[in-house]
Design a binder for this molecule. Structure first.
Ligand code: C5P
Length: 243
């Protein structure tokens, strides 16, 4: 096989609790991650030289390149790959587009090269690319802890989700920098998880407050349209069937 097309889904954080700041500078979190229908498409071809094309010219070399480098370094394999990335997931949205693209790149390379690596190993490696990447090796809904890289699969959360993405975007480090730990909710994340598993969901995101400090109009938007912000924003999601 020399060609392969894979879709790369977006995620929302059904709840996101920040539990504290770690010594390594990251934040300890507990979050229910969930893939949604919105997705990018990656087409891979083994070729004579590396190339990356993207439908959105404003996107520079992203985590796809980091994933290729990681796969080469870890496996020691020699190959050249040509990747075409068709973008549908907005960036700076908290929808995990870049992380998902990185996970899909690792899966695509592994498949094209005849599965030299197990899925579990790929998932472990992927944490080096970013905290959210290992989640995309799960089957759709997972309770993630640590800095996000410890992934426990749970039964898929059902329901049609609607997304709205304000024009402004936010960078994840900026939102974490603005976070005041004393302003986080106090709810036990295991209780939140129980609520989702028993059909009584509560949507909480501790990153809303810092995001609203950075872009005050987001608070107004939430008040007007409802919903919950995903990750570090700025996209919001809601389940029409649950409201
Ligand atoms: O892991 P990743 O590279 O995606 O994280 C991007 C940035 O987000 C980190 O540099 C850090 O500022 C922040 N972050 C954090 N705690 C996490 C995840 C991300 O502080 N659990």
């Amino acid at each position: 096989m020399s060609h392969l097309t894979l879709s790369s889904p977006a995620k929302v954080n059904l709840f996101l609790r920040i539990l504290g700041k770690r010594r390594d500078g990251y934040h300890a979190l507990a979050s229910l991650f969930h893939t949604i229908d919105l997705s990018d498409t990656l087409t891979f071809s083994l070729s004579k030289e590396d190339s990356l094309t993207c439908s959105d010219a404003s996107i520079g070399p992203n985590l796809v390149t980091t994933a290729i480098d990681l796969f080469r370094r870890k496996t020691g394999l020699n190959f050249h790959i040509s990747i075409d990335l068709e973008k549908k997931i907005p960036t700076q949205a908290g929808l995990g587009g870049g992380s998902s693209n990185a996970a899909t790149t690792l899966k695509g390379l592994n498949q094209l090269l005849g599965f030299p690596v197990s899925n579990q190993e790929l998932q472990e490696w992927s944490a080096e690319i970013g905290s959210d990447v290992p989640f995309f090796f799960s089957s759709g809904t997972a309770y993630c802890t640590g800095r996000g890289e410890i992934v426990r699969e749970v039964p898929r959360f059902e329901g049609k989700v609607e997304i709205y993405k304000p024009q402004e975007g936010l960078s994840t480090p900026a939102v974490y920098k603005t976070l005041d730990l004393s302003e986080c909710s106090k709810t036990d994340p295991e209780e939140l998880l129980e609520g989702f598993l028993s059909g009584k969901p509560t949507f909480v995101n501790d990153l809303e407050r810092p995001a609203f400090k950075l872009i005050p109009s987001l608070a107004y938007l939430k008040q007007k349209l409802g919903g919950t912000m995903s990750g570090s924003g700025t996209a919001f999601f809601y389940f029409p069937s649950a409201s």
